[in-house]
Design a protein around this ligand. Structure first.
Ligand SMILES: [Zn+2]
Length: 71
């Protein structure tokens, strides 16, 4: 019984055995910061991205609503 795909490691927070590829510990619900690219974005970055997307989408949405309501 030696399955590499089921590799586990101890949680750095609660020390229970958890799967290597999980982002969040299922026992203590702490996020595992083993890899930098999975680090959650800071809130200001999320707001900035959301505002940028909105500023692109808003004219389109307004145009669609106007074309729908004018019919
Ligand atoms: Zn844990």
């Amino acid at each position: 019984m030696d399955e590499d795909s089921d590799y586990t490691l101890p949680c750095p927070h609660c020390k229970k055995e958890i799967f290597d590829d999980v982002e969040q510990c299922p026992y203590c619900h702490q996020y595992l910061l083993s890899s930098d690219f999975k680090k959650p974005l800071p809130k200001w970055a999320i707001v900035l991205v959301a505002l940028t997307i909105l500023s692109f989408l808003l004219p389109t949405i307004v145009a669609v609503i106007r074309s729908l309501s004018s019919q």
